[in-house]
Design a protein around this ligand. Structure first.
Ligand code: NAD
Length: 249
């Protein structure tokens, strides 16, 4: 990834923060975004003080104009955008859907689907000017099966996989590869808050998995790194499972 310019969303914590560190260790110039200014700023400083290149641009992925600003910053600061890891997301727990409100639905769909939509539109415009790129969208096991989390979350991650395939099909002839990750249970802030609200819920997650443990965020980040790199040059439109075998049994 030496010198490659990579935008990472949801970079203030969890999988996104692990990806920021990992991509920077591999020589990428990282453009970090999330809503939380402080965490984002200190992560960028940490990377720069370790000899890497990073810029933090707080933004809300629900807002197209925010995302446009992040992409513009990548181009102004580093001259181009080579890759993107669209990872920002939020969860919704597993109440029955008849108990949920329109707001519950909108809250999840706006971040998880509109967020990826906003990001890809602006990223692809930038990539088309420099001859291509690679995009990785964070979906979930819940993008392929209904896992007992909330229906809007399941719907949103299925939509992320749909957007991924559609974009891969549209831009294959212009050297933009687009892939998704079907992420399984990973120990991040999001997962910690789920466990806090539903003590013992991890046993439900592990029941299906072959590897009965949480992933560390970096284990997911490594898959994103591979899909953003030339090592995966003949992979596009794919959904890569990174889920300890949950989908295999
Ligand atoms: P996390 O809560 O640690 O990180 C989520 C990140 O998204 C944070 O940086 C947060 O600030 C950012 N974010 C949320 N809403 C945003 C918005 N509107 N605009 C910009 N940034 C926003 O959680 P995580 O587990 O690292 O989640 C990362 C991704 O992985 C999400 O898309 C999530 O759905 C997916 N995922 C996680 C798990 C898991 O078990 N942790 C499983 C499957 C999929």
């Amino acid at each position: 990834m030496d010198g490659r310019v990579v935008m990472i969303t949801g970079a203030s914590s969890g999988i996104g923060a692990a990806a920021a560190r990992l991509f920077a260790e591999h020589g990428a110039r990282v453009v970090l975004t999330a809503r939380r200014h402080e965490q984002l700023g200190s992560l960028a400083e940490e990377i720069e003080s370790g000899g890497g290149r990073a810029v933090a641009v707080p933004a809300d992925v629900r807002r197209g104009e925010d995302v446009a600003r992040v992409v513009e910053t990548a181009v102004d600061r580093f001259g181009r955008l080579d890759a993107a890891f669209n990872n920002a997301g939020r969860t919704a727990l597993g109440q029955d859907l008849h108990e949920m409100s329109d707001d519950d639905y909108d809250a999840v769909m706006d971040v998880n689907v509109r967020g990826v939509w906003n990001c890809m539109r602006h990223q692809i415009r930038a990539m088309l000017t420099t001859g291509g790129g690679a995009i990785v969208n964070t979906a979930s096991v819940a993008g392929l099966i209904a896992t007992g989390v909330g229906a809007p979350y399941v719907a949103s991650k299925h939509a992320v996989i749909g957007l991924t395939k559609a974009a891969a099909a549209s831009y294959g002839d212009r050297d933009i590869r687009v892939n998704a990750l079907a992420v399984g249970s990973t120990l991040t802030e999001m997962m910690e808050s789920v466990i806090e609200q539903l003590p013992g819920v991890e046993q439900t997650f592990f029941a299906r998995a072959i590897q009965k443990r949480f992933a560390a965020p970096v284990e997911v980040a490594r898959a994103a790194l591979w899909l953003c790199s030339d090592a995966s040059s003949f992979v596009t439109g794919a959904t890569l499972p990174v889920e300890g075998g949950t989908l295999a049994v």
